[in-house]
Design a protein around this ligand. Structure first.
Ligand code: PGA
Ligand code: ZN
Length: 431
């Protein structure tokens, strides 16, 4: 293989459709040596305001969500700028995309345009090397299978605000390997469905495939989740624990939080107290966005008051930004960052956030968005970068299962070399 085999020969984008039936961007990058890479960008619904901009056309078609401009940017300006560049220098390629856009948040070209190209180039390089993407990214060290965080009930913005909390998920610190974590999740997911059916409350699924949250209180959802874990035969908190995404930015700003289901308003300290009570009463091992994205002080107070074992994750709060993570670390806020490539718009910037996290002693979780597709790039990022945790949504619907199944294939391919992040992924579980 010659060096020039990795040079970009052509770039092409098209509009495809995501799991909510909305338009999104797919890009293909072809290299001189003949290799081809392809990637599709996902889309969030409960987005942080400091995320990179996802370019949508506005207007009447598809609720204003069309992506014709982003597609045109890839096929025009971006293609002209990156053809001839070495795709295996991801940092240089992404720097070119960032400079071409020229704004701090990809507002001109769209993060959906830049990320599609950034990811497709990584896939093309892997194909040229004859390697799966995780191995192309991580080499011989890329053997760590992530702890999955899997949604059982969906809520918040993903379920018409039926309940306040967005994600009721489980993690399996007691599982011996990734495949077993999925087996346990399958049992808990089925038991949760059975419990809902038994109370006449089974009403389909939310955006990410979790059961529809037909509950009267947030606590009722938590109780049902513990019941499902027990009915599946697992010890709550030991073998299988709870992970929550509160997504508090969706129901609060400036330190005022409005819990719709319970018809009450809380200030930051009131919400902190409520969440800490839930963490005491239920086997919660991980909690994401407990406070709003504009409530850094609340975040820091929550982090100080929480038990040390609790994983505290910033999603809307940190938007995969190395800079925001450094600020949070200086303030003592959170101990884990969610990594969503489309919050930044290039792989390199997402990777920089992970590098910053490691340097600061933070953990990380690679995460999907609520609008997804068959694209499995994030699975390869989680393993290739040895991040140790992966959040993809529920255990239903193929845009979710495509990811879990891809990780199973990788675990099998690694064979005896495969390691599982296990309880250590989030600091060792409950003890
Ligand atoms: P989103 O939700 O993709 O709709 O932003 C996912 C999350 O909050 O983790
Ligand atoms: Zn979140």
């Amino acid at each position: 293989m010659k060096d020039s085999d990795f040079d970009i020969r052509s770039v092409h984008a098209r509009r495809v459709w995501d799991s909510r039936g909305r338009p999104t961007v797919e890009a293909e990058v072809a290299l001189h040596g003949g290799a081809l890479g392809r990637a599709i960008v996902p889309a969030g619904a409960s987005k942080g305001t400091r995320e990179a901009l996802e370019l949508r056309d506005g207007g009447a078609a598809f609720g204003g969500l069309d992506v014709r401009q982003a597609v045109a940017h890839v096929n025009g300006e971006i293609a002209r700028a990156v053809v001839g560049l070495a795709a295996d220098d991801q940092a240089a390629l992404d720097a070119r995309l960032i400079a071409l856009d020229g704004t701090p948040n990809k507002a001109r070209l769209g993060a959906n345009a830049t990320l599609a190209v950034s990811m497709a180039a990584a896939h093309a390089v892997a194909a040229a090397r004859g390697l799966p993407l995780y191995a192309s990214l991580g080499g011989a060290d890329a053997t760590l299978l992530p702890m999955p965080q899997i949604q059982i009930f969906g809520g918040g913005a993903h379920a018409g605000r039926r309940v306040d909390i967005q994600d009721f998920m489980i993690v399996c610190p007691g599982a011996a390997n990734f495949a077993q974590a999925l087996e346990w999740t399958a049992e808990v997911y089925a038991q949760a469905g059975a419990l809902m059916r038994a109370r006449g409350a089974l009403a389909g699924v939310a955006d990410e495939g979790g059961w529809w949250p037909a509950f009267d209180t947030n606590e009722e959802a938590l109780e049902t989740l513990v019941g499902a874990i027990e009915n599946a035969g697992f010890v709550p908190g030991e073998q299988v624990g709870i992970a929550l995404d509160i997504a508090a930015s969706d129901f609060g700003r400036e330190g005022r939080y409005r819990l719709g289901l319970e018809q009450r308003e809380l200030d930051s300290d009131g919400l902190i107290e409520l969440l800490l009570r839930w963490c005491e009463r239920f086997p919660v091992l991980s909690i994401e966005d407990p406070l709003g994205e504009d409530d850094a002080q609340g975040f820091a107070r929550f982090t100080r008051a929480a038990p040390r074992r609790l994983q505290i994750v910033g999603d809307d709060f940190l938007v995969s930004s190395a800079d925001l993570l450094r600020e949070a670390a200086a303030a003592g806020a959170a101990n884990t960052v969610l990594l969503k490539p489309n919050q930044r718009g290039t792989l390199t910037e997402t990777r920089q956030c992970w590098d910053a996290a490691r340097a600061l002693g933070y953990r990380a979780i690679v995460s999907a968005r609520s609008g997804e597709t068959e694209d499995t790039t994030i699975v390869h990022l989680a393993i290739g970068w040895q991040v140790g945790q992966l959040k993809v949504g529920s255990f239903a619907r193929s845009e979710r299962m495509a990811k879990w199944n891809e990780a199973l294939r990788i675990e099998e391919r690694l064979g005896a070399r495969a390691r599982f992040a296990g309880a250590a992924a989030f600091g060792g579980g409950r003890s």
